[in-house]
Structures are given as C-alpha cells and as structure tokens.
Design a binder for this molecule. Structure first.
Ligand code: MG
Length: 375
C-alpha cells in the first residue's frame, strides 16, 4: 500500500452536472428521470484530482439532495479547507469530523483528494486503497414496472448483455409474484431482491415465502434502524439478509455485526461519507467473516470508477451494482465509459488514478453551475 501524499491545494472547483436518464428509475420510495451530481475538481501543486458528490434528486435514499450537498460543499466544507496550507488525508478527515452529516459532500471531496494523490504518485487508485488489479463482477438492478411482462422483458435483455446476477426491486404487492415469474421464465438465474426498507417484521410471511425461491440474498427488507428486527428475520429464513440502508456508518455496522442483523453487507461510498470510511467498513466485515459488495446510488462515472477501485479489495465478493455507463445515463463525463463485457465483468483501464479520464468538453457541456475557490 502507498502512503497518500500531502497536497498543497491551490484551487477547488465545484460543478453541478446534470445528465438525463434513458428511462425513469423507480423504486419503492419514488422515481427520478435525470441524474444530478456535483463534480469536485481539486487542484494542488502535486496534481489535479476529481471526485463526485452524488445524492439522488428527490432524496429517496436519504435526506441529502443535490441542493443541500452543493450548499454544504460551497458554504462549509470547501471554505474550511482554505485554512489548510498542506492537506493530508487525516487533515481532511478532521475537517469532516467538524461538520456533522453530509456524507455525499465528503465522499466527493475525499474522492478528489485520493485521485490527486494517485495522479501524483502515478499509481492506480486501487493500489493506494490496498486492492489488486482484478475484474469486478457486475450485476443489474431492475426497478419496479407496471406489469410483469415489462419486468420480464428487462430481465431477459440484461441477462443477454452478460450481467452476472439480476436484482429486482420489490415493495408490498410487488414481491412474490415478480420473483415467481422470473423463476418460471428464466429458471435458476442468480437472482436477488431489494426492498429498500419497505416492509416491517409483520410482513415476515412474505419473506418466508420468498425463502423458497433460492435467492442469493434479500436486501434491506426492513427499516434502516430496525437492526434487532433484521436479526429476528434472519433467524427465521434461510436466505441471507443483506443490509444496505442500515449500514450507514462504522458505528451502525458494528451493531449489525454484533446483533447478526444479516449475513451480507452492501457498502456504498457515498452513503458512508467517502473511500476511507468505506474501506474501514470493508475491514470490519472481513474480520467478522461477513462478505460484502459494492453498491451504488447510482453515481455517474467518476464516483462509479473510484468505487470500482475500492471494489477490488478482497472481501468484496458478490457482484457490484455498478453497471455499464450506458445502462441508465444518456451520456457520461468519463472516457472511456464504463462497460460490462459479455461475461458480466468490468475491467478497469490501465493508468494512474481512476484509469478513466475526465472529458473536460463533456464536463463543460453538462455543467449547470460552477463555483471556483482560490485557496
Ligand atoms: Mg439497496
């Protein structure tokens, strides 16, 4: 592993970026039709790095929105860095500690810091994070559709594209039927469901029925804070429960592991406030013998690429939710775009940092607002 260099910051540029989706993304708590994020460009004497702060519009996974994250970056976090002549990772983490919440904003700033460090060292990001070069298995996530036929058509299409597992979103009234339909049509494909916290323990019979379908896992069946209830549900079913929304911090993860709330953890860099925290969570899971996988919110290319580098660490065992750039987004700002091959693997490009280059023309084209901070 490499030690991250100290950066002498000169400038931070925030850009708000908006890219349309091919089709609306619908889950149990809402729908969105365009992807917004904030691209953080960190300029230092040592090099230039990019990060992405990527809350969903409509705030359906968390209370953070592109507006609130933009404000946190522009009014709190970036001004606090103005006093840091030399910035080490621990300095950045101290600034984060002084600012409660704002995991997306922190993930964006930290991503830029790691990228600038990796650029300066001329090494790929995964080496700095303690990973190794390996292809990442990719799975597809399929939202909620008005009819079973529309769902089955999507499953067929994405399986043909090579994805290594299919995840379908469920909610009360759209759970056993869709799973049975997928099993009947496609047989023993690697299949899992994600409830995005839409049920309570009173619905346990739904999960007892889903238990018969040989699912890889049931992701976040109950509320984020229902850790005891998740443990109770896990005792009642054979299928592994995977925690996603519940795994929002290292403290929450400790409780999950102590209580046995599930057997798998989905780690999302954005939700947990950056690569450092996400890596710590990966370590805790590994020590506890709990495998994890890398989730997405989903993010655009910069954050997805950095997540993939983290996803090369050894305890990321199950397929990632990071999909091909073209799966959701009409375009992206990285070059090359993220692609998934016919066998469902993502290969990271060679080169320092992310391996993917930020396309400045596209960055310009899709920016709706820009703020420059001279430090
Ligand atoms: Mg999930």
């Amino acid at each position: 592993m490499y030690t991250l260099p100290t950066l002498h910051l000169t400038q931070i540029i925030l850009r708000r970026v908006k890219i349309p989706l091919h089709e609306p993304f619908r889950i149990s708590s809402g729908a969105v039709s365009e992807k917004e994020c904030i691209v953080v460009e960190m300029r230092a004497d040592e090099g230039v790095g990019f990060g992405e702060a990527s809350p969903m519009g409509g705030s359906f996974y968390s209370a953070d929105t592109p507006d609130s994250t933009w404000k946190a970056l522009a009014e709190q976090l970036v001004p606090r860095l103005a006093g840091c002549e030399k910035l080490r990772l621990q300095d950045l983490l101290s600034v984060f500690e002084e600012t409660p919440g704002e995991p997306f904003a922190k993930a964006g700033l930290e991503g830029a810091f790691w990228d600038a460090g990796a650029q300066h060292l001329g090494r790929p990001l995964f080496e700095l994070l303690g990973g190794r070069r390996r292809p990442i298995p990719s799975g597809v996530a399929i939202g909620i559709y008005p009819s079973l036929e529309e769902l089955l058509a999507r499953v067929e299409r994405y399986m043909r594209e090579g994805y290594q597992r299919v995840k379908i979103k469920i909610q009360p009234g759209w759970d056993i039927g869709p799973v049975r339909a997928v099993r009947e049509r496609f047989g023993p494909v690697p299949l899992m469901v994600d409830a995005n916290a839409a049920y309570t323990l009173r619905d346990a019979t739904v999960f007892e029925q889903l238990d018969r379908f040989d699912l890889m896992m049931i992701e976040q069946p109950l509320a984020a804070d229902a850790l005891e209830e998740h443990a109770e549900l896990q005792r009642r079913i054979r299928t592994p429960v995977c925690l996603d929304e519940s795994a929002e911090s290292l403290d929450a993860l400790r409780e999950i592991l102590r209580l046995g709330s599930g057997r798998i953890v989905n780690i999302k860099v954005q939700r947990v406030g950056g690569l450092f925290n996400a890596r710590q969570m990966h370590e805790s899971c590994m020590q506890a013998g709990v495998p994890c996988w890398l989730g997405t919110m989903p993010e655009l290319g910069i954050a997805s690429a950095q997540g993939l580098h983290l996803g090369t660490l050894e305890n990321f065992i199950w397929p990632t939710d990071v999909e091909a750039s073209a799966r959701w987004f009409a375009d992206d700002i990285i070059d090359p775009l993220i692609t998934v091959n016919r066998q469902g693997w993502i290969h990271l490009p060679e080169g320092p940092g992310m391996g993917y280059r930020v396309d400045r023309e596209k960055l310009q084209k899709y920016s709706t607002d820009t703020m420059v901070f001279d430090l």
